[in-house]
Design a protein around this ligand. Sequence first.
Ligand code: ZN
Length: 519
Amino acid sequence: MICKNLVWSVLSASIAIASAASTASAADALSLQTRSRAPVDGADGQFKIVYKTVHWAPEKTAIIVCDMWARHWCDGACDRGSQLAPRMNRFVTEARKRGVLIVHAPSSGMKHYADHPARKRATDAPKAGNVPKGMGGWAGLLPHEKKEDWPIDQSDGGCDDQPKCPSRPMDVHQTAAIEILDEDAISDSGVECWNLFEQRGIDNVILLGVHTNMCVIGRPFGLRSMVRVGKNVLLVRDLTDTMYNSRSEPQVSHVRGTELIVEYIEKHVCPTIASTALLPGPAVRFKEDRRPHVAMIVSDDHYDADKTLPAFAQMLRERYGLHCTVHHGEGKSDFPAMDDLPDADVMVLFIRRLALPEKQLATVRKYLDSGKPLVGLRTASHAFDVKGNAPEGCAEWRDFDPQVLGGSYHGHGSNTTGTDVALVRGPGGHPIIDGIEPAKWHSKGSLYFAAPIDKAATLLMNGTSDGKTEPLTWTRSYKNARVFYSSLGHPDDFGQKPFRTMLVNALFWAMDRPVPEVN
Ligand SMILES: [Zn+2]
């Protein structure tokens, strides 16, 4: 018995050590949810948004901090830089802790660092004999970019201030807000970076800094150059800024101008990540970004919400001027950017039977408790119900449907019959059904059985299938929050105009804002 216990305790100790070791390495590895845009087959000029998680070994990864100068000639650029720098510092601090090489690249500022150990690390790296041609200069367009249109006019230098900032000397030290440690490297040279990366076997390069449309993309150590020499390259999309004058074409806000450049990069240069990939707390939003924020929580189960909603979010950015974030679970019940949620003006929920990590579900509860609105689609009625099988550390919310949405989902009708949709109020009956034409249509989605719904709910649409009629779309209040729910949301619905009108109207109704006129 003693012997058996001893064996067991030795065994369990070794299991504990093994699991601690594997936990440590899993924690140290960089799991980065990337976003890119891929051409849609057969649809010229159209792109789909693609999310993918990559796992990079920290010791094979470098972060390059591009041109975070102490003083730029443009005041607006300086102000936005000072908003970015603290989170950049936290980002590189976390990455360094995990074993990533940090390269500080304040271009033209090398003379200030001549005696710095981090500068010597770059200059003393053994000269690699295989420096690719072109590493010494600015990178031109990648071959496939040559036929693409650049999304903004930056020909005036991109100062967004009025009056325009005068030309003045810059301070090309790196801003003191981003700490340089002796173990880092300092270089503004593509060749030195190449030598450093060869010495250390670095295959993966993450860029952050300014300005996305100039130095970040074009410097000898920039995105294009690193892509051209075969590195795996990522841009941190919320730790960058563009030189763009919002009075220049296409005359969008400064923050939208930066997004246009980020979207261009995601289409033609490399994927991006958000700083939430490594850090808790929300991604950076510039204080001048006053666009309403739509946060979408989506999963890819059953109805392709991970494809339909990112595309819808893109339409909302382009046509309605909204700031949209998409929280994508990638088949897991983990939404690492959930710390963005408190900033949201409306949450869109389209997930199915996921038990969230306790902290993330608490964030959802807190959001709703604060009186902020919710737009729930289709499987949102059983979003957090895993029938009592929540994994350890995760929590479910089985009564979410009756408590928050005001429904009582209990199954659905035939998948082949679809649903006949009908408005139950006439024109002027409710802002959400204003402008919806026609008043009846057919959805390919099966009918959800949702009755009975909350007596205080405002019913907007019914659905009928195989002779059975059910409440389909309604609004209600949860605590002080405006709640909209529709069991529509089949991928085919997103192609139907009345559904799209309904969803736009619902978002603006939830935020208590008028729907803007669009072309
Ligand atoms: Zn300026």
